[in-house]
Ligand binder design. Structure first.
Ligand code: FAD
Length: 496
């Protein structure tokens, strides 16, 4: 079998590095995959909520769900509950479920709006996993309807990297411990070798930069410029702290609560709660942000809060010469919709697609890779901005600025299309599907200005009855499901 790159070197052993090592060692058995990491530097160790696509990675690499949950103190995630984003006191769900037909006379949200019956409750009661999340219940979709809804996980990011490491080593990847102190370049600008602190040298043909925020190869060595999104997404710091489990317990969802100058996350793991406050330092000082986080904890903090600093955006190019950036080294979007690991996976899969044929990808293919990754970052950026720009809050400067900001053209267009025509305009490579956009529009009370005349083809009483039945059916189905806690205990025991 022809080989595109004989020696592949992965720099960094966080989630990105070990996912890359597993993917590359599996897909390219003719290449060597060597991962260099430094225990002394460590990994970022946050990133505890995921997106359903991670299950595809696990399935592809035969990673058993119960093994994974046990090893990482994992729990199930049906989506996110947003609190105080539209107005203080208001909440809504964005879960990984759909709202059936989104067009034509049977359009579910259209009929819901037309019927306009307060007794129906929020639109989310028409979405099965949202009802499950609100009731604290969990069961996977039935085998005969695997796409009825989807789910993801919460886990301890430190444990996950270690868990992936064990798998990668079994699949043939090698690990080299050591701090990289110098990056030696080739005449054409690419990377040739890495020099370690103790004098050893690691040479390679292709380098995957998973070195985290420091961006050792793509940023520092190759000086690839950074595209800064902070004019739209100004948060640039996070305090993170684990706490003892108490309060609502093992909710099968993340909670994201909007505060004065940012938002907090609450992520339930099987042994503790992960908490964080993501905030914009131009609107609040670090100390006040820390206090606001500690005031929100359900139980006592289990460690001192840790401060992380970042700039939202991405490297202009992700693949430059023989260096491909994955994970934080290539860019970062605030973790409101848990998309970082999703972006790692997207980049990894697209890269493997280009390497698998066994020839070095042509310049046009690399340019296309870079365009594709830029597009995914921009589309997810737009989706995250949507949560802020629709706010009705005016109680602090952050929210006043978010409500009046000039939007990226791509988002402006989508908002216009939705408001004027009820079209959830999707362009491919979105990251989030139409149903996710609908969940945020509905949750934030942003509806189209006029109804589609097609909706009237369904008699009013028929529409009302169908919506009532659907809501009651889901309520009954969910009432019969186990609690998340009980389901998790069962699955954890199952393979013992
Ligand atoms: C506040 C915050 C919250 C987040 N929440 C989420 C979330 O909920 N969901 C989600 O999907 N993502 C989240 N993320 C992102 C997530 O943490 C990362 O995408 C993920 O952990 C991958 O990180 P990484 O592997 O790119 O970098 P890291 O984990 O930082 O790994 C970098 C690696 O490079 C090595 N390294 C660096 N320099 C050198 C050197 N000189 N020599 C040798 N080795 C070196 C380090 O030792 C380490 O092994 C969050 C991030 C932040 C900051």
């Amino acid at each position: 079998m022809p080989i595109a790159y004989k020696r592949i070197v992965v720099v960094g052993g966080g989630t990105a590095g070990w996912m890359a090592a597993i993917g590359l060692a599996t897909a390219l058995p003719g290449s060597t995959v060597e991962l260099v990491e430094s225990e002394a530097i460590g990994i970022v160790g946050v990133g505890e909520a995921t997106f359903p696509m991670l299950r595809e990675f696990h399935n592809r690499h035969r990673i058993d769900e119960a093994d994974f949950l046990r090893a990482t103190n994992g729990t199930f995630k049906l989506g996110i509950e947003f609190r105080d984003w539209r107005t203080k006191g208001q909440r809504f769900f964005h879960t990984f479920g759909n709202f059936d037909d989104l067009t034509g006379p049977a359009c579910l949200w259209g009929q819901y709006r037309r019927v306009n019956d307060p007794a129906l409750g929020p639109l989310s009661e028409q979405c099965l996993p949202s009802v499950m999340a609100s009731q604290g219940r969990f069961a996977p979709p039935p085998a005969e309807q695997p796409n009825l809804y989807s789910y993801a996980y919460h886990f301890d990011a430190n444990l996950y990297a270690g868990f992936l490491r064990g798998i990668a080593l079994k699949r043939g990847a090698r690990r080299t411990e050591g701090r990289i102190v110098e990056v030696k370049r080739r005449a054409d600008g690419g990377v040739d070798q890495l020099k370690l602190e103790d004098g050893r040298v690691v040479a390679g043909d292709l380098f995957i930069d998973c070195s985290g925020f420091v961006s050792l190869l793509l940023g520092r060595a190759l000086e690839e410029p950074y595209v800064d999104f902070s004019r739209w997404l100004p948060v640039d710091r996070a305090w993170a702290v684990p706490s003892e489990p108490s309060g609502p317990g093992l909710t099968p969802h993340t909670v994201a609560t909007a505060l004065e100058a940012g938002w907090t996350w609450r992520i339930p793991l099987s042994n503790r709660i992960g908490n964080g406050h993501v905030f914009a330092s131009r609107y609040i000082d670090e100390e006040r942000a820390r206090t606001q986080l500690l005031e929100q904890l359900d139980g006592p903090a289990l460690a001192e809060p840790r401060l992380l600093r970042f700039t939202t955006g991405h490297r202009e190019r992700f693949w430059v010469h023989n260096v491909v950036g994955l994970g934080l080294s290539s860019g970062f979007l605030e973790p409101l919709e848990s998309t970082s690991i999703l972006l790692i996976q997207r980049g990894l899969e697209k890269m493997i697609e280009l390497l698998r044929p066994g020839a070095r990808p042509a310049a046009a293919a690399v340019a296309n890779y870079n365009k594709g990754m830029t597009r995914v970052f921009e589309r997810i950026r737009d989706f995250i901005i949507l949560h802020y720009c629709l706010t009705e809050r005016r109680d602090s400067q952050l929210w006043r600025d978010m409500a009046s900001m000039e939007l990226p053209e791509t988002l402006d267009f989508k908002l216009h299309a939705w408001r004027q025509t009820g079209s959830l305009n999707m362009n491919g490579e979105e990251g989030f599907e139409a149903t996710s956009w609908l969940a945020i529009h509905a949750g934030m009370g942003n509806w189209p200005v006029r109804a589609d005349p097609l909706l009237a083809e369904v008699p009013f009483e028929v529409a009302l009855q169908a919506l009532r039945q659907r809501r009651d059916h889901y309520a009954a189905v969910v009432a019969a499901m186990p609690t998340h806690d009980a389901f998790l205990r069962r699955i954890m025991r199952s393979n013992n």
